[in-house]
Design a binder for this molecule. Structure first.
Ligand SMILES: [Zn+2]
Length: 258
């Protein structure tokens, strides 16, 4: 039965693949307000990311390009706090909510990102449906040579309100996460984490997939801003792309009806 179940999962995955759309034109963006947490003396600061990919910007943008979203970074400054260098939601004075409270706490329009040494029991945390995430950089960088490159994108997904309970792949046993391990929004214990950006959907192994449902849902987030209108020639290409999507959607609907 177990092997059979695995086959069903595989078949589901294959069947879903045509729904996976190529990267959309970038029409939405958000700017992360970045804070680097250091000790009380302003020393021993948390890492800002692996060499060559500060803030994991390449990986994060590769993942969210699937939804036509770009992620920009505004380094605001350092925070001097030994306590908040080691976030632990079970210890007073070291909770993420306490660190975030002094900034844009659970904003609906601004996303603060705090880089710390560790987050007890997790690689990172993100508010659900509100702006704000914290990254435990020591464990994230220790995960692989290039770091655990999709943690930031995953927590951002929670900020966008993913995974919605109405998502067809919403897990009932792991609330807020998907059941498909190839999806960005599956839980940290089950997710297939790419070691390089070459394995991010639609390339390589197709990891960190953002499903069509999640694309549509995430793009409604008030944390996002419309990208300034492109040049007319680019706009024509975009229009062709959008038309293509409409055709694909109609075909799918037709297929389901049939
Ligand atoms: Zn999560």
């Amino acid at each position: 039965m177990r092997a059979c179940f695995a086959k069903v999962l595989l078949a589901t995955s294959v069947a879903l693949s045509p729904i996976t759309l190529p990267a959309l034109p970038i029409t939405k963006s958000l700017t992360l307000q970045v804070y680097q947490v250091c000790d009380n003396a302003g020393l021993n600061c948390a890492s800002t990311g692996p060499a060559g990919d500060t803030f994991f910007s390449t990986a994060t943008n590769t993942i969210w390009a699937q939804a036509g979203i770009s992620v920009l970074y505004n380094f605001v400054g350092q925070i001097k706090s030994t306590n908040f260098s080691f976030i632990d939601d079970n210890v007073a004075g070291r909770k993420f909510q306490d660190l975030a409270a002094g900034y844009h706490f659970q904003s609906t329009t601004i996303v603060d990102m705090f880089l710390v040494h560790s987050v007890a029991g997790a690689y990172g945390e993100g508010w659900y449906g509100r702006g704000g995430l914290v990254m435990g950089m020591d464990a994230i960088l220790a995960y692989a040579a290039g770091g655990r490159i999709d943690t930031m994108a995953h927590e951002l997904g929670h900020n966008f309100g993913l995974v919605d309970p109405l998502d067809p792949e919403h897990s009932t046993t792991d609330p807020g996460h998907s059941t498909n391990p190839n999806e960005l929004m599956s839980g940290g214990a089950t997710r297939n984490v790419p070691l390089t950006v070459a394995d991010i959907n639609p390339n390589g192994s197709g990891y960190d997939l953002v499903s069509a449902y999640q694309v549509a849902f995430a793009r409604k987030s008030s944390l996002l801003h419309d990208v300034v209108a492109p040049e007319p020639s680019t706009f024509v290409l975009m229009a062709v792309g959008v038309l293509g999507l409409v055709v694909i959607r109609r075909r799918r609907v037709g297929g389901i009806t049939a």
